[in-house]
Design a protein around this ligand. Structure first.
Ligand code: MRU
Length: 316
């Protein structure tokens, strides 16, 4: 199975996602500060994957005898929106053997994704629209939204994926298209602006996306452009599913208004203009819970996250 994170005692190896698909370059990191820098620079990206990398970063720090508080703080701050990152750092910070706990977190993520995929497989058939990369590259393996697609194909569904290119970093064009090609998943790349046409024309009959943080009321932060898909899906009467491992559910955050949305360097967007153009570059947007048809988790599909059942008990 495709994997972008490997650990050997004392060294974390990350597949550099900045240079895919033209180059498969692995970086070796030996300190928590290097891991935090790699997360900020998007060497590794995707909410579950950055949580796993941070876990190994803490393990490196413990092994070297470095200050754990400094390491934990630097890792947790590396990217602000994905709650998995903070969740993993807090969970592992107190473990007596952080290396073993980080390995367990990594293995657990794969199990979670496979279970989530199995719960969601029945929801997908025919054309499916997605955004960003939510596959093995973004997780400990299998993927969340892309994991649902993999699981649906495994049970015989005739899924054809439409992948938004996902500007400005092109996670869809560079990573999802590459990952699908590796696994022979039928995938058609579309410009982000073509998403409405994909739905309006009936090419896709469902939208499935990942998430970086789901607030207590179900408002969902995910890659910039997700909100556009949700609005168009509602207009077209197409179901809009969020693949949500419970590690992405943040019961301490009441609504989407309280979610910190990462803003990245405007040069990522306007760099080709020599950095002279004024640009706003939020990495994520927040989709109101009311536009979500269902959240697919490792413990089943939720049709709503009503306040009466929130905060939900975490299954682990
Ligand atoms: O900026 P990125 O590439 O880290 O954004 C990733 C996403 O928005 C994903 O949809 C989300 O993290 C879920 S990955 C399983």
């Amino acid at each position: 199975m495709l994997s972008a994170i490997r650990y050997e005692p004392g060294t974390l190896y990350l597949l550099d996602q900045r240079v895919l698909p033209s180059e498969e370059r692995w970086l070796s990191l030996t300190t928590a500060a290097e891991v935090a820098a790699a997360i900020s620079a998007m060497v590794v990206r995707g909410a579950p994957a950055i949580a796993i990398a941070a876990g190994y970063g803490l393990a490196l720090s413990q092994r070297r005898g470095d200050d754990l508080d400094t390491a934990a703080e630097g890792l947790a701050r590396a990217r602000p929106t994905a709650v998995n990152l903070r969740w993993a750092v807090e969970r592992l910070r107190g473990a007596p053997d952080i290396e073993a706990a980080a390995r367990a977190l990594h293995e657990d993520d794969l199990r979670v994704n496979v279970a989530l995929g199995e719960h969601g497989a029945d929801l997908l058939d025919g054309g499916v629209l997605t955004i960003c990369n939510t596959g093995a590259l973004a997780t400990g393996g299998h993927g969340t939204a892309l994991g649902m697609v993999r699981s649906a194909i495994a049970v015989g569904r005739d899924v054809h994926l439409y992948a938004c290119e996902t500007r400005p970093w092109l996670q869809g064009a560079r990573l999802t298209a590459w990952e699908c090609a590796q696994d022979r998943i039928r995938c058609t790349l579309v410009a982000d602006g073509a998403a409405a046409s994909v739905l309006a024309s009936g090419r896709a009959r469902a939208v499935v996306v990942g998430c970086d943080r789901v607030a207590r009321n179900g408002d969902t932060a995910n890659k910039l452009g997700t909100l556009n898909l949700a609005v168009v899906a509602r207009h077209c009467g197409v179901p809009f599913y969020v693949a949500m491992p419970w590690s992405s559910y943040d019961r301490e955050t009441a609504t989407g208004r309280d979610i910190v949305v990462e803003e990245r360097d405007p040069a990522e967007l306007g760099g080709f203009q020599g950095g002279t153009v004024d640009a706003w570059n939020p990495a994520f947007d927040v989709t109101p819970a009311g536009l979500v048809t269902g959240w697919v988790t490792e413990s089943g599909v939720l049709k709503a996250l009503p306040p009466s059942v929130s905060p939900l008990p975490l299954p682990r």
